[in-house]
Design a protein around this ligand. Structure first.
Ligand SMILES: Nc1ncnc2c1ncn2[C@@H]1O[C@H](COP(=O)(O)OP(=O)(O)OP(=O)(O)O)[C@@H](O)[C@H]1O
Length: 278
């Protein structure tokens, strides 16, 4: 029997959606009335000014931070409405990779990747072994399984952390500054890996990054966050062609523009009081 077309059709609803979200810490509002859509299967680059609220978006999605108003939908479900168990299950479908996705230093590469499988599943060791080796293979480090974190480079550690983040087969992978501190070659490797894994695993990825070259290379969609809201968004090509001064400043890495290099201050001469007797 053939399935009907409607059953075959992939769901087109976005995997993640922020609807009019306002949030912050304490009384301080960080994001105001933000709307954001992350289509399934896409790589979305979240860029923008330092302190603008990019990491806060990731925290919202994982509900490490609740919205003051508005909704955060994951796979069509308002995550604020999930009970403990529901939230736990939703989080299992998300892989989080923080900048220095610290590995357990006293565990081998293999055991680091096995950790979430041992912690969250009842799979036998034989199965865990195969899964770990598959994940390590996906990041090119199957051969490094017996090394300790102190024996591998920073770029390799990042890849092991990525293998660990995909151990439970998440549908969404969130990367916070995945290229920070990497040399240009490792950066290129990491960027390609993010895109290739996204496509090979059929997942959706959100990449918070300052690195324009790498992020523009792999993202389908770029979202610029500044001053608590979305300042601009579009494809990397649209962003490159944008005449929005903020986007231009960011793309050309200019030191000054709408985002000031100097923190607001009284004029330097007034501050230094040069020649003014004290
Ligand atoms: N736990 C917290 N408590 C209070 N304020 C916080 C907390 N976490 C972040 N903030 C503040 O919220 C604002 C946004 O922070 P966030 O980390 O989301 O910015 P970002 O865009 O990721 O910045 P960067 O690119 O510098 O990492 C910053 O002003 C920061 O100081």
């Amino acid at each position: 029997m053939h399935a009907t077309a409607s059953l075959d059709a992939p769901s087109v609803a976005p995997l993640v959606e922020l609807r009019s979200v306002t949030c912050g810490y304490g009384d301080r509002v960080i994001l105001r009335d933000v709307n954001l859509t992350v289509p399934r299967g896409s790589v979305v680059g979240l860029m923008g000014t330092s302190g603008g609220g990019k990491t806060t978006v990731l925290r919202l999605i994982g509900r490490q931070l609740g919205a003051m108003s508005g909704q955060v939908l994951f796979d069509g479900v308002d995550i604020a409405r999930l009970d403990r168990q529901g939230l736990h299950e939703a989080r299992r479908r998300m892989g989080m990779l923080f900048q220095f996705g610290a590995l357990f230093t006293d565990l081998s590469v293999f055991d680091n990747v096995a950790f979430p499988l041992r912690e969250h599943t009842r799979l036998g060791e034989e199965m865990i072994r195969d899964l770990v080796l598959m994940k390590l293979d996906a990041v090119g480090l199957r051969g490094a399984r017996d090394l300790m974190p102190s024996q591998i480079s920073g770029g390799m550690s990042r890849r092991v952390a990525l293998a660990r983040a995909i151990a439970l087969d998440p549908e969404l992978i969130m990367y916070d500054e995945p290229f920070a501190g990497l040399d240009p070659i490792s950066m290129g490797v990491a960027a390609r890996l993010i895109r290739e894994l996204n496509d090979a695993l059929g997942v959706t990825s959100i990449v918070v990054s300052h690195d324009v070259d790498e992020t523009f290379l792999i993202a389908d969609h770029i979202v610029f966050i500044a001053n608590g809201s979305i300042a601009a968004q579009g494809t990397p090509d649209e962003m490159r062609a944008s005449d929005d001064p903020l986007v231009r400043q960011f793309v050309s890495a200019a030191a000054d523009g709408p985002v000031r290099f100097h923190y607001p201050a009284v004029p330097a001469l007034d501050d230094y009081r040069l020649g003014v007797p004290r």
